[in-house]
Design a protein around this ligand. Structure first.
Ligand code: E4P
Length: 217
């Protein structure tokens, strides 16, 4: 399972990268705004800065909602760095743009996916990644994890290459459940990754080992 961090915060990306377990980064316009990154030039520079920190795919989302605009933006993003993945919204023109880029060997991530039918379309269009938003489904009392299971089942039926990128992950149990269900990738906040480290018995055990060592040394 690949671990992506879902942030535009360079410090947090560095921290995850330093652990040696980071496989990529996802961003979106809201995450860029949260870091105060505004204006096309600053946004493009920020994507390059992220690519310099992480070894792996970096999803950069288009703002356009029409095919021509998405192609124009996506091509400019793809030229920034070979780690850039073009993130496209799950709308008709987004699917068309996904096909356009996949036909040209440019990686894509179809985002804002909330149903198995949407995921099927993304795979048909040759998406590299499909991003089902599990946390946002949970937020409206719908089982986000069930969506991961349904997409896994459909993709396995037809051996689609599209990777299931479980997005809108909010906590460690989402990560573990997505791993059990066979999601290829998860993207979440740093806390959902670092939280996996924690177990009280690990802390108690380590404390005891160190205390016993000190007694004889
Ligand atoms: C996916 O790529 C999105 O950036 C993200 O996972 C959305 O998460 P949220 O629902 O916590 O905003």
């Amino acid at each position: 399972m690949k671990f992506f961090i879902d942030t535009a915060n360079l410090e947090q990306i560095k921290e995850a990268q330093d652990m040696g377990i980071l496989d990529g980064v996802t961003t979106n316009p809201s995450l860029m705004a949260k870091e105060g990154i505004t204006g096309t030039d600053n946004i493009l520079k920020h994507y390059v800065d992220i690519c310099k920190i992480v070894d792996g795919d970096v999803s950069a989302e288009v703002i356009s909602t029409d095919f021509d605009g998405m192609v124009r933006e996506g091509e400019a993003l793809a030229e920034l760095h070979d780690q850039i993945v073009i993130k496209l919204p799950m709308i008709k023109d987004g699917i068309k743009a996904c096909k356009y880029f996949s036909d040209r060997g440019i990686k894509t991530n179809v985002t804002l996916v909330f149903s198995p039918g949407q995921a099927l379309l993304a795979a048909k269009a040759g998406a590299t990644y499909v991003s089902p938003f599990i946390g946002r489904l949970d937020d409206i009392s719908t089982d986000g994890l069930n969506l991961i299971a349904e997409i896994r089942h459909i993709y396995d039926n037809y051996a689609f290459d599209t990777q299931i990128l479980a997005a809108s992950v909010r906590h460690t149990m989402h990560v573990i459940d997505c791993a059990k269900l066979g999601a290829n990738v998860m993207t979440g906040p740093l806390s959902s990754i670092v939280g996996l480290l924690k177990h009280p018995l690990t802390d108690i055990g380590l404390e005891k080992f160190l205390a016993d060592y000190k007694k004889g040394n």
